[in-house]
Design a protein around this ligand. Structure first.
Ligand SMILES: Nc1ncnc2c1ncn2[C@@H]1O[C@H](COP(=O)(O)OP(=O)(O)OP(=O)(O)O)[C@@H](O)[C@H]1O
Ligand SMILES: [Mg+2]
Length: 482
């Protein structure tokens, strides 16, 4: 990630001339006779500075995209760290607030330098931004706050210091910067929600991520879910976060996959938001129907940062994904001018392969209303680590929603609404009503008595309807059976 280039130093002839002059006893005695001591030491220092320093300096180059594809995590960390080290010597700074954050982002302008010090070592930093056509494809996948103004610049930092400190810088200063950047990001973290778009409006080709602040109020506390299921998901997330060494030891990418399935309005999207808020991870919402080919998908996935959740909603119907076999047959029939298809195998290969190995702490979530329609390749063990069934509203779920929406605790429900509570408990079990529908009923009035009575009515109607549908279904089956 860091390329080391040694400074070439002054021409060899100059250096040897300098060395021989300094070594010459005759020259020294002339200096001693002619010049007072302070002037002598000043001249010696100047000589040292002009010749010796240059030959002893090492420069580390930290590119934003060192291998042309994935982002350099050190570059990102340095960028964050640098914003805290800006002193009076810096003349030009960039400031922005693209995403309505409270804080203004401060960055160095190109060619600006600053000095840092670490364990008494003096460190000279410089930020470079060089225009370059080939960088355009990465820029379009960057979040706005990371993209440079001209959109196609190769950005890098250069760090210069004395060669003898190389080990300390690489093994101690760099990890220190990464640690500081992590702390800072955590402290000032405003979660982001990335969606596809943006680029076409800027007149270029392809797809990119657009960011907005993720201000979703959903948390595990507000989620109507069975208590054990909730605890299991939270424990799974905790385990995932704390197992860096484990993933490394067993040679697996530090990622976790979740499949959320269940009828509309049961809280799948709410659970995604709750997970993001719990983990403090950004969310990348990938609408597959807007991605035309595997190559676009690859670019998008590589533009995703660490500590992120990639969400693909409604995986069963967002795109007609050809399965592995059909994709193979179709692509072999196509001539080379035809655009390649977005394939399920393309998605799965990225998730399991390249993408997951070039980042840390990645969560991927698929949601679906129809788990039975999913390609078995998605469901096989090891692909999605946890399958979470989001189901109709239970009595437990109702109590959570009552607390959220009406501000009535379970104890108050028992104390003040005992009669209606018993009715709701007996009705809700078989009524197949979703938490979204219960929430909708709770929005209708601010008077808890009116709301709870309204809910009883709603549940009884639903139960009658469900019963009738079941009876009709039974009759049809009986007819068919004849
Ligand atoms: N389990 C739940 N807990 C709390 N609120 C919920 C829950 N389920 C649904 N809601 C409420 O209903 C609204 C819709 O729910 P949500 O979008 O999470 O459902 P979904 O399962 O993602 O639906 P779809 O399958 O249509 O995408 C939410 O904004 C939330 O207010
Ligand atoms: Mg949803």
């Amino acid at each position: 990630m860091i390329s080391v280039t040694e400074m070439m130093g002054s021409p060899a002839s100059l250096f040897s001339a300098y060395a021989s002059i300094m070594a010459s006893t005759m020259f020294r005695s002339i200096l001693n006779d002619l010049l007072p001591k302070p002037v002598r030491s000043f001249l010696v220092n100047v000589f040292h500075y002009l010749f010796k320093c240059k030959t002893n300096k090492l420069t580390l180059v930290i590119d934003e995209f060192p291998n042309g594809l994935a982002r350099n995590q050190i570059f990102d960390a340095v960028e964050v760290y640098m914003s805290t080290r800006i002193g009076p010597n810096v003349d030009r700074l960039k400031i922005d607030n693209c995403s309505n954050e409270k804080r203004i982002n401060i960055r160095l302008e190109k060619n600006e330098k600053l000095t840092d010090s670490y364990q008494g070592i003096e460190l000279d930093w410089k930020f470079l931004s060089v225009e370059q056509e080939s960088n355009r494809r990465h820029q379009r996948n960057l979040p706005p706050w990371q993209a440079s103004d001209d959109g196609n610049a190769r950005r890098s930092f250069e760090l210069k210091f004395e060669k003898r400190h190389k080990e300390t810088i690489l093994t101690s200063y760099m990890p220190f910067i990464q640690g500081r950047a992590k702390e800072l990001k955590k402290k000032e973290r405003v979660l982001k929600m990335y969606t596809l778009g943006g680029l076409r409006s800027r007149g270029s080709y392809g797809v990119s991520w657009d960011a907005i602040n993720l201000d979703h109020p959903s948390t595990f506390a507000t989620l109507a879910m069975e208590a054990e299921q909730k605890t299991a998901v939270m424990a799974d997330l905790d385990r995932f976060l704390s197992r860096k060494e484990f993933y490394k030891r067993v040679g697996r990418a530090w990622k976790r996959g979740y499949l959320l399935y269940g009828p509309p309005g049961t809280g799948k999207s709410s659970l995604v938001a709750a997970m993001a808020n719990y983990l403090k991870f950004d969310v990348y919402d990938l609408q597959l129907s807007n991605v035309a080919a595997d190559s676009d998908l690859r670019d998008l996935l590589l533009g995703i940062g660490n500590q992120s959740i990639l969400v693909i909603e409604d995986i069963d119907c967002s795109i007609d994904l050809p399965d592995r076999l059909r994709a193979g047959e179709e692509s072999s029939r196509k001539n080379s001018n035809t655009r390649p298809l977005l394939t399920l195998s393309g998605i799965l290969n990225f998730i399991d392969g390249l993408w997951s190995t070039c980042g840390d702490q990645r969560v991927i979530i698929f949601t679906t209303n129809h788990v039975e329609k999913l390609d078995p390749a998605l469901l096989r063990p090891g692909r999605m680590d946890m399958h979470i069934h989001m189901s109709y509203c239970s009595f437990h779920g109702f109590k959570i929603l009552a607390e959220n929406y009406l501000g009535i605790s379970e104890a108050d429900l028992v104390r003040c609404h005992a009669g209606v509570l018993a009715e709701i408990e007996s009705l809700i079990a078989g009524s197949e009503v979703t938490p979204a529908e219960v929430a909708e009923e709770f929005m209708k009035s601010e008077d808890p008595h009116v709301t709870l009575d309204g809910l009883v009515k709603f549940l009884s109607n639903r139960k009658t309807k469900t019963k009738k549908t079941e009876e009709n279904g039974g009759m049809v089956r009986a007819e068919r059976g004849k």
